[in-house]
Design a protein around this ligand. Structure first.
Ligand code: F1P
Length: 327
């Protein structure tokens, strides 16, 4: 078995490691609370995770903003960053050159998030070490694990009830049971193109899904805020298109959109709490967003993994990519 698949399936343990990381962090930095205005930064998958956490911060009544490290370094004056009181730099390796340089971009305290004892954690004022090392080049279970660890820190800081790590870990085991079904989708429907749709906190998940499909399957894919897709991409969607609809509780527009794409010959794969009349459906267990966000990741990672295998690629060694991008 490819180590990438092994690591995708390590999520249940990853959630528990994330809980340990959160508990270690608040005992090490006793009394620490996240401020309300936070700027998040990262590269690639870690950038999409930054976007996710910025939304989670805003959703709790704070003000989260996110920028890729390189934009923070070279173009930050074009972005509405507000007055961040903390810079959170995310990097699975903790050694990505842009992430290390980004730490010096703002004169505010820094909080580093990494899966290794690394330069990033050494250079940060606060270190959130999540023990989810991965041999795979592409980021897999560490993404939802980092997400969960930081969501707990947000809940703790904003006076909200903590999530139940054991429950989420158990639910992630449930969602991974869809592996065979997802493999069958790829076997049955040799889609020529794929788009990922998500609204709100599921939009960065859609972006990450599109990145995984490019990285692992060397397969062009795009992501849109769900209903934006009707203003453009719609013209591309036809009988060779798979539309992956990431949704919490679908409402009537989701059914309309599903039928609209099916009318153009496309097939729809809904990932959510309820089906919206799609050809394919993976149920996300009964938990509301944003708590359930981590559960969407293994579904999109498995889809990209099996598309890569079907296309004869080795997901463990995606071409042109390196595990740590240094300059
Ligand atoms: C960032 C990153 C990954 C990407 C690939 C290359 O790494 O861009 O997101 O999937 O592995 O590196 P990191 O800063 O999170 O270690």
């Amino acid at each position: 078995m490819h180590r990438t698949l092994e690591e995708i399936k390590r999520l249940p343990k990853g959630i528990m490691k994330a809980q340990e990381a959160f508990e270690r962090f608040i005992s090490e930095y006793e009394g620490f609370k996240l401020p309300r205005e936070i700027l998040f930064t990262g590269c690639g998958s870690s950038h999409y995770l930054s976007q996710l956490l910025a939304m989670a911060t805003t959703h709790l009544g704070g003000r989260g903003a996110a920028l890729p490290c390189s934009e923070l370094l070279y173009s930050k004056d074009y972005y509405p960053l507000g007055n961040p009181e903390l810079l959170v730099a995310i990097s699975r390796s903790g050694e990505t050159t842009e992430a290390l340089k980004a730490l010096d971009a703002l004169e505010v305290p820094k909080l580093g998030v990494a899966a290794y004892s690394s330069s990033l954690l050494e250079k940060s004022d606060y270190a959130l070490f999540v023990d989810t090392p991965e041999e795979s080049v592409v980021m897999t279970h560490s993404f939802p694990a980092f997400l969960f660890a930081f969501q707990q820190l947000l809940n703790h800081s904003f006076g909200r009830p903590l999530y139940d790590a054991s429950r989420l870990s158990k639910l992630s085991r449930e969602i991974l049971k869809n592996e065979g079904y997802i493999k069958e989708i790829v076997e049955e429907f040799d889609f020529r193109n794929v788009i990922f749709l998500g609204s709100g906190i599921l939009y960065p998940v859609a972006l990450e899904a599109a990145l995984k499909m490019k990285e692992m399957a060397i397969f062009w894919s795009e992501a849109y805020q769900t209903f934006e897709v009707r203003h453009g991409f719609k013209s591309v969607a036809d009988e060779g298109t798979l539309v992956v609809l990431l949704v919490d509780e679908p409402f009537d527009w989701h059914e309309k959109l599903t039928k609209e794409f099916q009318g153009q010959g496309s097939k729809v794969f809904t990932v959510g709490r309820m089906d919206a009349g799609a050809e394919y459906f993976v149920k996300v267990p009964e938990l509301p967003l944003p708590e359930s966000t981590a559960l969407y990741l293994p579904v999109i990672q498995l889809l990209s993994y099996y598309k890569a295998v079907k296309r004869g690629f080795d997901p463990d060694n995606p071409r042109f990519l390196s595990k740590v991008v240094k300059w």
